[in-house]
Write a protein that binds this ligand. Structure first.
Ligand SMILES: [Zn+2]
Length: 178
């Protein structure tokens, strides 16, 4: 997942703390005083491409699993995740609303499936718009689609990881079978 993005974009969406940790682990000195933009260039220049790719993949897997776990909880609430009832396998429109102490977050989510093996997904949040992540909001809509039977895990060709699949199987489908 995420490997279709250019490596620099994948590095750019990591936190400053994790980039500094990477430099430390790679024993590349001089990273501690750099700001985010400089740090990205520094890592691209001083760290082996394979190492960078491996690090990005590991961080992306963590992001995916953490958000999938949250999404499974969110998707169980009809206050948090609402689907347009006209949604089907070819077009899903969802709204994610989460109350916070200082107001609430609301995002529109859309999945468009034009060719049956190529699903385009989007969300209005920063994680998707600026970082290209398949965010927790999209995941929660995906989980709702699964639990409504709009499509199955096998039919889903959008972002997924083996660990994410395990969470979905344990958290969504096992419940339905009972
Ligand atoms: Zn989002």
């Amino acid at each position: 997942m995420g490997s279709n993005l250019p490596l620099e974009s994948r590095v750019a969406r990591l936190t400053v703390a994790s980039l500094r940790n990477l430099c430390e682990a790679q024993k590349v000195p001089g990273a501690s005083s750099l700001l985010k933009e400089e740090l990205i260039t520094f890592c691209m220049k001083n760290i082996d491409r394979k190492e960078l790719e491996g690090f990005c993949s590991a961080q992306e897997d963590i992001y995916f699993v953490e958000n999938m776990a949250k999404a499974i909880k969110w998707a169980a609430s009809s206050k948090i995740v609402r689907l347009d009832p006209k949604s089907d396998y070819t077009l899903v429109n969802g709204v994610f609303t989460l109350r916070r102490s200082d107001g609430y977050e609301e995002y529109n989510i859309r999945f468009v499936n034009q060719t049956t093996d190529d699903i385009a997904t989007s969300c209005e949040c920063v994680d998707f718009r600026e970082k290209g992540y398949f965010c927790g909001h999209q995941m929660s809509v995906l989980i709702r689609c699964f639990s409504l039977g709009l499509f199955s895990l096998d039919q889903w060709t959008g972002p997924m990881t083996p660990e994410g699949e395990d969470l979905v199987l344990a958290g969504v489908f096992r419940k339905r079978r009972r």
